[in-house]
Design a protein around this ligand. Structure first.
Ligand SMILES: [Zn+2]
Length: 105
């Protein structure tokens, strides 16, 4: 199985083809790579309501059921993930505050 073409969209950070899915756990939106990936750790399925649902493939439920396909969450493959808040190193202190006045005796 593959996602239907009308689900296809592009990541606005890296423009990779992705599909938006709802997690079967809590209904949150999650971007998943549009191309099925046998090494992915999630399984995507098309719901009766026409939406895509994603669930994590766990050791307890490793089997891919009929109608599902295995894929990789886009967070795992995106080359430019959202910036982290704690990475603040880009802030340069303006070092223009030189000591006023000539330094001479
Ligand atoms: Zn991306």
């Amino acid at each position: 199985m593959k996602p239907a073409s009308h689900h296809l969209t592009r990541c606005r950070r890296c423009s990779a083809p992705i599909v938006w899915c709802l997690t079967s756990a809590n209904g949150k939106r999650q971007p998943v790579d549009a191309e099925p990936d046998a090494t992915g750790n999630v399984a995507v399925s098309s719901g009766a309501d026409g939406l895509l649902y994603v669930r994590t493939v766990t050791a307890a439920r490793p089997e891919i059921r009929p109608g599902e396909w295995q894929a990789m969450p886009h967070h795992a493959t995106c080359p430019s993930p959202p910036p982290r808040r704690s990475s603040g190193g880009a802030q340069r202190a303006a070092s223009g505050a030189v000591r006023p006045g000539p330094w001479q005796r």
